[in-house]
Design a protein around this ligand. Sequence first.
Ligand SMILES: [Zn+2]
Length: 213
Amino acid sequence: MKFDRGIEKKHRDSIEKAFATIVEKGDDFHRHMMNEFFESKMLIKVEPVAKINASGVTSVINTVKTNVRMVRERLSLRDALGEIYISIAAETIGDGFQRGVEGTFVHEGRHAYDFAQTLESLSNADVNPIGVFNPNLYEMEWEAHLNAGRWMLRVDKPDYVDEGVQLMILGQKANGSYFLNEDGIKQRLRDSYGLTVDGNVGSLASEMMGLRV
Ligand SMILES: [Zn+2]
């Protein structure tokens, strides 16, 4: 993993602290995902919210270069992660708002991982045409929301689980315990993203990355 040039030290410190927390408190997938990021050349950027219009965004660093590699090479997951960046809004980090930084990287991290899996899969499609992985936006958001929900449950602090309930990612049972609210996530994807499993499923990962495959 590499950091973009010119990132303020306080932002970089906050991001590195969030990564350490995710490794420390995350589940097996969170830890595996972070380890793949550390071992890859994935790029981390910090940009103004006015530019990215979200708390974070995940995309391909250079579409032209990635398309060339896709034609010429077979990519491993780690190779593929080197084509991807995650940008977090400076405003999300603020003065070390760790819950926001962690949540953004858990959600966007899942997108980065799925984009990389798509690149890996499509670049090897000539030898493995049947098992091609190329999820649509609905599937990608579903996985990102589950990844975020599992993170909130792992941390299990009031501000984390309260936010989870507010976002309909978590639910609370009568006995006070929290659970991954799959119906709530479906409702959120429909109401906030306009995505439904049997209606608008959004673009394919390959299309979002601008691949000519
Ligand atoms: Zn997302």
